[in-house]
Design a protein around this ligand. Structure first.
Ligand SMILES: [Zn+2]
Ligand SMILES: [Zn+2]
Length: 300
């Protein structure tokens, strides 16, 4: 299961109700953060998540609303005695930009910081999760990410063991690697369970590379800067409408779509929700700090 926490659902500039982009995903003891707008660290502080459990941060592109929160977050974790290493990734040019930002101020980061420029096709380990990179189309170098929960290996299926007449003592021996009376582990194991997956687009207009990368994802967190009525603005500024996002989710066969990066011009977001649901019914427009749970079977 992936716990998905929407830290900031606004776009470009913060509002009274919406912080700048940031979505955290927790799987067991590990947390991954996608984008880190200014103020993200405080949003984490008032959430149920701990940023000391962050394993990796992935920035989609170098527009300030997605990046300016990162230097402060890294510094705060140091001041709170973080000692565990942290991986931080972004598109080409990211590590130089972060180095410049950190170099502007005095003080050291007292934990190992693994800063990487990553490119479409790369896969990065983040705790037990894997995160792959895909290209998006936003007028500057930009990319999205697909996060995968690890597959769980088949555990013992008690019904199978019982059907084979295997007493619990022999089950333990089989689990230990022995074949007992011709019964091996594969004979009593439940099928492997594939982990859930979640795609995070960052800012982008619709594009083929996105479609290819998010196909089959269980949930998609898609930018939706504009309503369907403002498709001309979305085209001009290389963003997506809620209808674009819904169409992408439908093509991907996703189980759920979350719309984020919604422009402040829309005081009432229900219209965007209705327009998207007309195309893809399982659409949500989360509020800041909303927490959802994504599994292979859907969202709750
Ligand atoms: Zn943005
Ligand atoms: Zn942008």
């Amino acid at each position: 299961m992936l716990d998905v926490l929407f830290l900031g659902t606004g776009a470009s500039l913060p509002s009274r109700d919406r912080a700048l982009p940031g979505v955290a995903v927790r799987n067991g003891p590990d947390i991954v953060l996608f984008d880190c707008g200014e103020g993200t660290q405080r949003q984490i502080m008032v959430s149920p998540f701990s940023f000391m459990k962050l394993r990796a941060v992935f920035v989609t592109h170098m527009h300030g609303d997605h990046f300016y929160g990162l230097p402060g977050l890294l510094q705060t974790m140091g001041m709170m005695n973080r000692r565990e290493p942290l991986t931080v990734c972004g598109p080409e040019g990211f590590s130089a930009a972060l180095g410049t930002a950190l170099g502007l101020c005095e003080g050291e980061i007292p934990y190992e910081l693994d800063v990487r420029d990553v490119s479409p096709g790369d896969v990065v380990r983040a705790g037990r999760m894997g995160v792959s990179v895909f290209a998006t189309d936003h007028g500057i170098r930009s990319q999205g990410y697909v996060l995968r929960e690890p597959d769980s290996t088949g555990r013992v299926d008690p019904n199978k063991a019982r059907a084979l007449g295997l007493p619990s003592e022999d089950v333990r021996r089989v689990v230990g690697g022995e074949a007992v009376g011709g019964v091996s582990y594969a004979d009593i194991a439940a099928p492997d369970r594939r982990g859930a997956s979640l795609a995070y687009t960052g800012d982008t207009r619709p594009c083929v590379t996105l479609d290819e990368a998010v196909a089959g994802a269980d949930a998609i967190v898609h930018e939706s800067t504009y309503s369907a009525d403002d498709a001309d603005l979305a085209g001009r500024y290389l963003h997506s409408t809620c209808a674009d996002a819904a169409a992408a989710a439908a093509r991907a066969g996703a189980k759920a779509l979350f719309l984020v990066h919604v422009s402040n011009r829309y005081k009432d977001r229900r219209r965007l929700l209705e327009q998207a649901r007309a195309v893809f019914p399982e659409t949500y427009v989360p509020e800041d700090l909303a927490l959802y749970h994504v599994t292979r079977n859907g969202v709750r």
